[in-house]
Write a protein that binds this ligand. Structure first.
Ligand SMILES: CCC/C=C/C=C/C(=O)SCCNC(=O)CCNC(=O)[C@H](O)C(C)(C)COP(=O)(O)OP(=O)(O)OC[C@H]1O[C@@H](n2cnc3c(N)ncnc32)[C@H](O)[C@@H]1OP(=O)(O)O
Length: 309
């Protein structure tokens, strides 16, 4: 744990801010510090690599209230974890996720059915709940450590929302996917309709899949660009995902964070705005020692090691 009793930190814009004391910059050490979640298992299989597994195998990893809260807590905490540079997100048991926990919708139904609450108040409460769940699925994107979704078996409904917010998607040959919400009588509202069309770069196909809830399988997912690699089985999938994560983790974490920040920003902005963003970002980040270290290592044909975040 790195605690500064008092410090002046220069922000990217050059403005100095006084940090209150004590201030925790990096919260957890490599082992022994991971929180015990009810719906997630957090593992550290390689140096600087964290594997987050959805851990409700008996309920096919369905996403309940606890899951929405924990997935956000987990990614928010990995975002500031100096021992984490890349994340693999996987599912336990026979599949990645069955999507929204349909048995856990009681509190929402009770609210909607309550005759004593007027429409406006009901609408505000639903808006608030959806906002919270949306934040949960924004968390992997906001965390500046690349997230690799390793998908085996089914990836249904909320699973498409969640994996669309990841950086990289790999799957096993038995994987299948479905934008299921239309069959539940609702428009997908946790990110699929915003991210999925941009991920696959095919508006017509995205609309077809969202309007029909037609399942698609590993090979089609690869062909459309939703996943970038297909592995023979789950073991090879996890191994492949961990290998890519370890390779990312061997790079400068400052450069990786800047690359993710720029890719995410540029997706939603013009080329000019994106270039301005990375220009401002790098005016600060190029002052990191990683640049010199990496350049020296390249010249000397050595492998650089980068200090902790
Ligand atoms: C409104 C807010 C915004 C959020 C929107 C999100 C929307 C969505 O995610 S839509 C998608 C909803 N999910 C589904 O429609 C999938 C339903 N499940 C299935 O189709 C099958 O269970 C599945 C193909 C995933 C697996 O089939 P399999 O035969 O292998 O297993 P089962 O015997 O069916 O299930 C085993 C136990 O898991 C429980 N379970 C499965 N899915 C869910 C689920 N979505 N929610 C809650 N529980 C689920 C199932 O009931 C079994 O439990 P038990 O009877 O206690 O053994």
């Amino acid at each position: 744990m790195s605690v500064l009793t008092s410090a002046i930190i220069r922000t990217l814009s050059g403005i100095k801010i006084q940090v209150p004391k004590p201030y925790t910059l990096v919260t957890r050490m490599m082992s022994g510090g991971d929180k015990n979640y009810e719906t997630l298992r957090v593992m550290r299989p390689r140096e600087f690599v964290v594997q987050v597994e959805i851990a409700r195998p008996e309920k096919k990893n369905a996403m309940n209230k606890a899951f929405f809260s924990e997935i956000r807590q987990c990614f928010d905490s990995l975002a500031v974890d100096g021992e984490c540079r890349a994340i693999v997100l996987s599912g336990s048991g026979t599949l990645f996720t069955a999507g929204l926990d349909l048995m856990d919708l009681g509190h929402l139904m009770a609210l909607l059915d309550d005759p004593d609450t007027d429409m406006g108040r009901k609408a505000l409460k639903v808006r608030q709940l959806l906002g919270e769940w949306q934040q949960s699925f924004n968390a992997p994107e906001k965390c500046l450590k690349p997230v690799i979704a390793a998908i085996h078996g089914a990836c249904i409904g909320g699973g498409i929302d969640l994996t669309s917010a990841c950086d990289i998607r790999y799957c096993s040959q038995d994987a299948w996917f479905v934008i299921k919400e239309i069959d539940l009588g609702l428009a997908a509202d946790l990110g699929t309709l915003q991210r999925f069309p941009k991920v696959i770069g095919n508006d017509s196909l995205a609309r077809e899949l969202a309007y029909t809830a037609r399942p698609f399988y590993a090979d089609e997912a690869k062909q459309m660009g939703f996943v970038s690699r297909v592995f023979q089985d789950k073991d090879l999938l996890i191994e492949g995902a961990l290998e890519t994560a370890a390779l990312i983790a061997s790079k400068s974490p400052i450069a990786v964070a800047g690359t993710k920040a720029s890719l995410v920003y540029s997706r939603d902005h013009t080329v000019e705005e994106g270039m301005n963003h990375i220009g401002v970002w790098n005016q600060g980040m190029l002052q990191s020692k990683d640049l010199t270290k990496a350049a020296m290592a390249l010249m000397e044909k050595k492998t650089p090691t980068f200090s902790k975040l």
